[in-house]
Design a protein around this ligand. Structure first.
Ligand SMILES: [Zn+2]
Length: 335
């Protein structure tokens, strides 16, 4: 064996190199890099698992606390689920306009749909509450702050019967509303005072307008007024009925008493007369009104009158959507 001065073996002429050529630089470092990469993956894996564990634990904790405080209601889209024999009445926050959803665990009725600009509020509420069919839709009267949002509802939801007064109105919104009725082949019914509409345990008595009232020029006074009695509890939904309609209702002699009064015409001084308020004698007054509306609703005279009668006032502009549950014995209110 021939060696040089550094005692390294010298290859003989014609001898094939014993060692293969050194691998290029990137080949030689690849295993190191791969190893590093694997390690960093492992590290990240630990972090991810820890993170997932933390998130899952947090969610379990939130649901446990939510269930502890709210029970089944915590898991519902709008926090409220109607138990057997319970009815939920929700006064939706549609700004300046009316929209009320009445639902049991099997049936639902919609009174008004607010204006067009807030139709998503109504549709989102119905979706979150899991409502796919409305037994009745009530268009109290043809003003746009009541029927605007109904145009979408008629187009997208299954509707049993539409209840509306037998009057017309010369606006684009009302024309579109009529087209929605026609295009979706919706059954229409005009109110018959003294008769009821029923959807399961939801029972609504038609209080106004009387059949002979259609010569009044003011569309507000054509508002369909409904009284819902459930066990010992009751609600009165008045649309935009004004003093003339209130007087007719008083003359009609029907039972107007209610624990909850949906205050007529957004708390305008045109409605909620002293005699009417005495007849209804409510515990709660709900005012469907938008903040800073151009009409100055609700008027201070009405607020004062309600205060004098010791009525608890709930307003959409200050409370947002207002929800009540009645089990036939008592009413609980949420906002
Ligand atoms: Zn109105």
């Amino acid at each position: 064996m021939v060696r040089n001065r550094e005692n390294q073996r010298i290859r003989m002429p014609g001898e094939r190199p014993r060692n293969r050529r050194r691998p290029p630089f990137h080949d030689s470092v690849r295993p190191v890099r791969a190893m590093r990469r694997r390690r960093s993956y492992q590290r990240r894996g630990v972090n991810r698992r820890g993170c997932a564990f933390f998130v899952v634990s947090l969610l379990i904790l939130i649901f446990a606390v939510g269930y502890f405080f709210f029970g089944d209601r915590f898991f519902s889209g709008d926090n409220l689920i109607a138990g057997d024999g319970e009815i939920i009445v929700s006064f939706l926050d549609v700004g300046q306009g009316d929209s009320i959803v009445i639902r049991s665990n099997t049936h639902a009725v919609l009174i008004d749909g607010g204006g067009r600009q807030t139709q998503s509020v109504v549709m989102n509420y119905l979706r979150d509450a899991g409502i796919t069919r409305l037994d009745y839709v009530v268009a109290t009267h043809p003003h746009s702050d009541h029927i605007g949002g109904l145009i979408t509802v008629l187009g997208r939801m299954e509707v049993g019967t539409l209840l509306m007064p037998d009057v017309t109105h010369n606006t684009d919104t009302f024309r579109d509303f009529l087209m929605a009725i026609e295009n979706n082949d919706v059954d229409v019914m005009f109110p018959v005072p003294g008769e009821n509409i029923r959807a399961g345990i939801i029972d609504l008595l038609m209080v106004a307008p009387p059949e002979n009232f259609y010569n009044d020029d003011d569309l507000n006074n054509h508002s369909i007024v409904l009284r819902m009695a459930h066990g010992q509890t009751s609600f009165l939904f008045t649309g935009d009925a004004e003093a003339a309609s209130e007087q007719q209702m008083l003359l009609g002699g029907m039972n107007l008493s209610a624990d909850v009064l949906k205050v007529g015409h957004h708390g305008s001084r045109t409605s909620t007369t002293e005699a009417f308020l005495q007849a209804v004698n409510p515990t709660y007054a709900v005012i469907q009104v938008g903040a800073g509306n151009q009409f100055g609703h609700p008027h201070s005279e009405v607020i004062d009158r309600l205060h004098i009668h010791g009525v608890t006032i709930l307003r959409n502009d200050t409370h947002g959507t207002i929800r009540m549950i009645t089990n036939g014995r008592e009413i609980r209110a949420y906002d």
